[in-house]
Write a protein that binds this ligand. Structure first.
Ligand code: ASP
Length: 422
């Protein structure tokens, strides 16, 4: 067993990913459909166990690390500067993601000549009004918010509790230390659970590859290429550029350090399920201190979704191209703006944003029938696109955490610069 644990975790997870794709494809190509599906469903159980385990610790982890993170700031004023810096970066990176999405949609023209005949339309329910959603950030009962996993409400309560404990100084100190100790404990739980990651990732990916496989890729080939390429370029140029040229930190160490989180994001399609891993890698591999990792990341996982924003822009252009809507320059601007706003409101769970697509399409008055057709067309393949945009969502959070940590003097550069062990 020792040799297995001797291999770096990201390599083991990567192995699970590759073998999962191969296994899924082989099973679906060689076995009879019913038997293949049954086998893939059995393999997926390991993946489901893995997802449940990480989901299990999301709420306690966010709660404890956020309070501990605020406490570690030592001064309530620091919350303000960290918050402002993180916010500005969230918005700036989302803006670039928008540009990239519109660029890819224009270059690749993924919707041109797409045949939507024979697609079963998919109608959507009404979204909750904005005012109501904003009000719900303040929990009437914080314990109910914890129980329901209502992230923004939990974050709001934890922030205030952290500030309260700080302001209580001497008397608050034991409570602060309690939260610090508890967050260490939950983080150690992440370590235990991550040992299952190679197998969980194998099961999840085998299922996706086996049920969606190559057919998916060809059916929406251009859209997939546009989304994947846009996402990859955005990560390299914007996050890589930020790390290398603005923060002057080694690029390779950054991407190597976050690989675990990226692979979990890719296989789970959920930034909130990935959060425990994101917090762990940023602290342990990149040297971001708890005060920043604990505060910037939970918020980022909830509101900073560059991949989603990029994706919504591409799909909006896809729709216009497929149905022949003409877009004026102001439409591009409005698409970018609404895509950014929608990405903030998107939950970090699989396929969340597809169901908010209609808000973006409203910008150029797409008829409800057309919207339903587009969603019906993309939905069966969305997983493949979702996996990639979730990687960008998670990577964006880590880049912002590194930047804020560096500017706040909360980055242990020795850890960041430590030569990555192959
Ligand atoms: N699945 C994405 C995430 O969790 C959200 C989306 O559907 O765009 O980050």
């Amino acid at each position: 067993m020792a040799w297995w644990f001797g291999i770096k975790l990201w390599k083991r997870v990567f192995l699970g990913l590759v073998l999962g794709v191969i296994f899924g494809l082989v099973v679906s190509q060689t076995m009879e459909a019913g038997a293949a599906e049954a086998l893939l469903l059995k393999t997926k159980v390991v993946g489901d166990v893995f997802i449940r385990l990480i989901r299990m610790i999301v709420v306690p982890l966010v709660f404890f690390t956020l309070v501990a993170g605020i406490y570690a700031m030592g001064d309530p004023k620091k919350l303000g500067t960290i918050g402002v810096k993180a916010f500005v970066l969230y918005i700036l990176t989302t803006f670039f993601a928008n540009l990239m999405g519109l660029l890819m949609g224009t270059i690749f023209q993924p919707g041109k000549g797409v045949d939507l005949g024979g697609v079963a339309p998919k109608a959507l329910g009404e979204a909750r009004p904005l005012g109501e959603r904003l009000m719900a950030i303040i929990p009437e009962n914080p314990f109910a918010a914890l129980v329901q996993g209502d992230m923004l409400a939990v974050i709001f309560f934890a922030l205030l509790l952290g500030v309260g404990i700080l302001m209580a100084s001497e008397e608050g100190a034991p409570a602060g230390r309690f939260f610090e100790a508890a967050s260490e404990g939950v983080l150690k739980m992440t370590h235990i659970i991550m040992e299952l990651a190679p197998f969980g990732v194998f099961g999840l990916i085998a299922y996706v590859a086996g049920t969606q496989g190559i057919a998916t890729f060809t059916a929406i080939f251009k859209l997939t290429i546009a989304v994947y390429l846009g996402c990859a370029l955005h990560m390299l140029i914007v996050y890589g550029g930020l790390v290398r040229f603005i923060l002057r930190l080694p690029f390779v160490n950054y991407f190597r350090g976050i690989l675990d989180a990226q692979m979990v994001a890719y296989s789970t399609s959920s930034s909130s399920a990935t959060l425990p891993v994101t917090i762990r890698v940023v602290q342990e591999n990149l040297g971001v201190q708890k005060s920043v990792a604990g505060s910037v990341l939970p918020l980022g996982a909830t509101i900073n979704m560059d991949g989603t924003s990029l994706y919504l822009g591409i799909v909006a252009l896809f729709t216009a191209q497929a149905f022949g809507y003409t877009l004026e320059p102001q439409h591009y601007f409005l698409i970018a703006l609404t895509a950014a706003l929608v990405s903030i409101g998107t939950a970090g769970v699989p396929s969340a944003s597809l169901f908010l697509l209609s808000i973006v399409l409203d910008v150029f008055n797409v008829t409800p029938e057309h919207t339903a057709l587009i969603i019906g067309f993309i939905f069966p393949f969305d997983r493949l696109l979702d996996m990639m945009r979730t990687v960008v969502n998670v990577t964006g959070d880590t880049a912002v955490a590194v930047a804020v940590a560096k500017w706040e003097g909360e980055l242990d550069e020795e850890v960041f610069r430590a030569k990555p062990v192959a």
